[in-house]
Design a protein around this ligand. Sequence first.
Ligand code: S3P
Length: 426
Amino acid sequence: MNFNKVKTLKGEVTVPGDKSVSHRAVMFGSIAKGLTEITNFLQGADCLSTISCFGKLGIEIENGPDKILIHGKGLHGLTAPDSVLDAGNSGTTTRLISGILAPQSFTATLTGDASIQKRPMNRIMEPLSMMGADIKSIKGNGCAPLEIQGRPLTGIHYMSKVASAQVKSSILLAGLYASGETSVTEPVLSRNHTEIMLSHFGAQITTKDTTASILPEPVLEGRKIMVPGDISSAAYFIAAGLIVPGAEILIKNVGINETRDGIIRVAKQMGGNITLLHENRDSGEPVADVLVSHSPLHGIEISGSIIPTLIDELPIIAIMAAYAEGTTVIADAAELKVKESNRIDVMVDNLTAMGADITGTEDGMIIKGGSPLHGALIHSMADHRIAMSFAVASLLADGTTSIEGGECVNISYPGFYKDLAALSVL
Ligand code: S3P
């Protein structure tokens, strides 16, 4: 796929529904009693993997044009799948569903694509095993495929080494079925969509500082869920609006949960002109329209407790940093190495190919911004966030940028190139 410089960007865009919230709405709707109706669901490959897994677990799911209907069967209504559950490229599906499968009364096997089969699952296998789960990596390498033999579980208090909402959520979901209370303490708070939505479905879940606790065997009841627009998808238009001269973009209906809004805080700190309009709340999640206009950016240091709130946005932040004056240092982000690709290596290789001054570190990157970038062959490594980041980088680069494997945007944003083209003034 080839991309060229644009004159500017103008107009409005509505980004698709939030990926994390869409996954959870299907999962929690499946284990709640009665009908769950989801609107603005993300029809991306990852969330469709979650639908397919719960279909195999005996849940009737109607995927209509404007809404998804989940005919939930309650906490104990799932049935044994007659084939392997395929999570595709989705870490959220793999890790969260493991927490739901561990306490069932049947055995299930769970796998995914080549990327998923390399991502660490020990981080959920360890705490779930402490609760009494029988979960094993079939190849013995700590990765999927996983075989999970359902067993009764006991609540634990887990001190997590990583700030990961997937780990936290996996344990809390297992805790719905365990005897006694289950709690998870994280080093830094990660996204809290599980806590917000499970409580909306009727779970007894409380949060204090970075500890979330859940009581077992609640009666979960079907709900209506309005999925907010995905701030991780909006991030590409936030960055594009800031770096392209003359640009002005209004991004409608974006989820601005404070455990996810690090991109807005960082962009403002870099000098970005960003205004939030029409702030509101949908199904417990705060939303707003985001207005961005071109701004001269400068480098900053990004580290510490803000990292989990922008972990998926670090590739596009690196692009902003390459176009900013001065040095940007990203630290405390070693998690980037175990995402859909090794996002430190992949950003360093591809930004270097475009002429940027970037160095990878053990837990982040150092980017000396300000030198003009040129088009290059970009290896997306089938990572959706890498492909979208470099489509944005191409808007200001001299010459043509070719993105190999660019169709991987279907994972989280199937209409991305069309939406970007609609804003482009050539
Ligand atoms: C997610 C949590 C984050 C994030 C991922 C989605 C979730 O992963 O990177 O895209 O929906 O819980 P980690 O839990 O591994 O940090």
